[in-house]
Structures are given as structure tokens and as C-alpha cells.
Ligand binder design. Structure first.
Ligand code: PEP
Length: 260
């Protein structure tokens, strides 16, 4: 049964208390969620370890929002792969557009981070996506191709199956974002898959999940999930509230039950 990856990045939201209440709910709710769903939550660093404890033995992965590529060193404000694995997690989000935009995260550094994550048995969830101007100039496919080629340049074929990709068009993200049309998303996912095939060959490329994110909400989540080539959803705002996330998870569970 092919997994569907559904998760949320909390960005710089939720205190530890708020995060704990959310994860206590998720721990209790997990049994209602379809077993095909691979669920993950990416909280701020300070919540990683305590929330891992809250979700102990529950089928919910906790991830980190970023990571340095070195194990240790004079890098004030950074966190290392060793520190993340010691905290008991195995998932790290890399290259979110806010990191690229506000902290000069670039594809060359991302190539080191992706490699370090794989070497430490952390799943790199690599975020890619074109800006508004790139879309307006019809350069979206070239942008995601460049991002993939550079960030995955150090990945050997044998490790590539461990990578996960989140396609998040920058113009579709956050309060100012405009939701992408399902047709556009399907086209971009097809292109991403073709690039992955060129990089790693068909068999390996086809096991790399490519999930979609950008203004996913209670109205549109199924329209994206039903698309060929979309292996899951990466949800921001709509998943931060327990009620709306519950609605989305219940809706996906119901849809999967009907499909069987
Ligand atoms: C994001 O910022 O990665 C994201 C998907 O946010 P939102 O769902 O709120 O647009």
C-alpha cells in the first residue's frame, strides 16, 4: 500500500504548552487516522524532545525545521544532525522558502545538508518551488530543476530512495499566497518526477515521495491529493488549529476508506 505523507511545519508558532496540548490531542486521535497515512509534525527546536515524548509509540513522526551539515563547530544558533538524532527524531525539513528568502539558504549549502542528513539516517524533506516572478516568466520548471539538481548533487543512487521532496510554490504559501490550480500542480509534479528519473533512474525516482504544500485548506485538500503524482500534503496554517487539521485528516481517512 503506497503511503500518503501528511504533515505540518509550525514555523515559529506555538509555545511548548500549546504544542503539548496539540500533540496530546494527536496522540489520542492517531488511532482514527487511516494506516496508509504517514503523519508528521515539525515544531520549533525547543519542542522537539518533549513532543517526541508526548507522541511516544504513536505513529507520528517529529521533524526539525532546519539543520547544519556539521556535527559540531563554531556555528552560533545552529543545530547539528547529531543533536537531532540524539533527540530521537529521523526527519529534517531543508530549504523551506522562508529559510531561502530570509536566511540566504542556498542550493550549494542545501547539498551539504541533504548529504549530512542521509549520512545520519535522517530523512531530508527537501522543499523546492519557484517564486512569483519565476512563475510569471514561465521559469517554474527550470527553477525546480536547478534546485533539485544542486541540492541532490551529493546524493548517491543507493541513498536517494530515502529523500522526500515538498513542492511548495512560493507564491502559493502563507497569508499572501494564492492557492495553485490543481492542473498547475499536476504539471509541476510530473516535471519534478521526470527530473528525479533523470537523476536517479526510474526505479529509484519512483520511490521518492513528492508532496505538495501551499495554502492547502479544508476546501481544497482533496483536489490536490487526488492528483496523479502527488504523494501527500505539507500543510501550514490549516493544520495549526486542531479542529481544521482534524477535519482534513478525517476527510482523507474517509476518502481512503471509500477507495478500498
Ligand atoms: C508553508 O509555508 O510551507 C505552507 C505550506 O504554508 P501554508 O499552508 O500556510 O500556505
Amino acid at each position: 500500500m503506497k503511503k500518503l505523507y501528511i504533515g505540518t511545519n509550525w514555523k515559529m508558532h506555538k509555545t511548548l504548552g500549546e504544542g503539548k496540548r496539540y500533540c496530546e490531542w494527536l496522540a489520542a486521535y492517531a488511532k482514527e487516522i487511516h494506516s496508509q497515512i504517514d503523519l508528521f509534525v515539525i515544531p520549533p527546536y525547543t519542542a522537539i524532545y518533549p513532543l517526541k515524548e508526548t507522541l511516544k509509540d504513536k505513529p507520528v513522526r517529529i521533524g526539525s525545521q532546519n539543520m547544519h551539515w556539521m556535527d559540531e563547530g563554531p556555528y552560533t544558533g545552529e543545530i547539528s544532525p547529531l543533536m537531532l538524532t540524539e533527540a530521537g527524531i529521523d526527519l529534517v525539513e531543508l530549504g523551506h522558502s522562508e529559510r531561502r528568502q530570509y536566511y540566504n539558504e542556498n542550493d550549494a549549502d542545501l547539498s551539504k545538508k541533504v548529504k549530512a542528513a542521509l549520512d545520519h539516517h535522517l530523512t531530508p524533506l527537501l522543499c523546492i518551488g519557484e517564486s512569483l516572478i519565476e512563475k510569471q516568466l514561465s521559469a517554474g520548471p527550470e527553477t525546480v530543476e536547478r534546485q533539485l539538481k544542486m541540492a541532490l548533487a551529493k546524493v548517491e543512487k543507493a541513498q536517494a530512495g530515502e529523500v522526500q521532496i515538498a513542492y511548495e510554490p512560493v507564491w502559493a504559501i502563507g497569508n499572501e499566497g494564492t492557492p495553485a490550480s490543481p492542473e498547475y500542480v499536476e504539471q509541476m509534479h510530473r516535471h519534478i518526477r521526470q527530473v528525479l528519473i533523470r537523476l536517479f533512474g526510474k526505479d529509484t525516482a519512483n520511490i521518492i515521495p513528492v508532496i505538495f504544500g501551499g495554502s492547502v485548506n479544508t476546501e481544497n485538500y482533496l483536489s490536490y491529493l487526488k492528483l496523479k503524482g502527488v504523494d501527500g500534503l505539507f500543510i501550514g496554517r490549516a493544520a495549526w488549529d486542531i479542529e481544521t487539521f482534524r477535519e482534513i485528516l478525517a476527510g482523507i481517512t474517509c476518502w481512503l476508506n471509500k477507495k478500498q
